[in-house]
Design a binder for this molecule. Structure first.
Ligand code: S6P
Ligand code: ZN
Length: 202
């Protein structure tokens, strides 16, 4: 716990501005407050090809990891994160994040790609969707009410910085069964998008 962060009776408070170093060479946040990992067995239902899931589940590959600079989860504060999606596929679908709406739907988010190559998949509950490519230097804005998932379509780690409202919260359940309108799969060594047979709006 650094001096600018204090816990008063268990409650986190930020007492002054602070810095974080994000190593662009290593693609990590140094001295994060939290660092968490998502493995295939944490999100088996996300993938279409369940035979491939079961084959790979024994090795349970690490799909992605997230570094966080923590702030109080209340209105006004922002959280900074670095997400790293590792390269790989389950069947012909690329490694990707679980994807979520913010529980507090009225909160936006910004992602800035630091390295690698990926896609940002977004959608609304009304059925609109946008898929944006991301490469180093590209910043993307996810407006309030848009669900978001990121996909690594390259052969190196896809790393991006993100910042969002500390009181956003995460709603994963609304994505888990139906996913996004289009899937990103590899065909002849290239990413292509195709309709998701499980998708329905809402
Ligand atoms: C949080 C933000 C990211 C994701 C991270 C992993 O609002 O969008 O930090 O948490 O990229 O994705 P997911 O869908 O597993 O939370
Ligand atoms: Zn988010």
């Amino acid at each position: 716990m650094k001096s600018e962060q204090v816990r008063e009776g268990g409650k986190l408070e930020i007492t002054k501005p602070f810095r974080k170093r994000i190593s662009l060479e290593k693609g990590i946040m140094e001295e994060p407050d939290n660092h968490w990992h998502r493995y295939l067995n944490d999100m088996k239902a996300t993938y279409q090809d369940q035979k491939a899931v079961n084959r790979m589940a024994k090795n349970n590959p690490l799909l992605y990891e997230v570094y966080e600079a923590e702030t109080p989860n209340e209105s006004g504060h922002l959280i900074q994160v670095v997400s790293i999606i590792h390269p790989g596929k389950i069947g012909d679908e690329y490694f990707m994040t679980k994807g979520h709406y913010h529980e507090n739907r009225g909160t936006a988010e910004i992602y800035l790609c630091l390295s690698g190559e990926g896609y940002l998949l977004t959608k609304t509950e009304e059925g609109d969707f946008e898929n944006l490519t991301m490469k180093p230097g590209i910043s993307t804005y996810i407006p309030p009410h848009w669900a978001h998932r990121t996909v690594n379509v390259g052969d190196e780690p896809f790393v991006f910085f993100g910042t969002y409202h500390a009181n956003a919260g995460h709603d994963y359940g609304s994505i888990e069964d139906i996913g996004f309108p289009r899937l990103l799969v590899e065909e002849n060594g290239r990413p292509i998008s195709k309709p998701n047979p499980r998708y329905r709006s809402r």
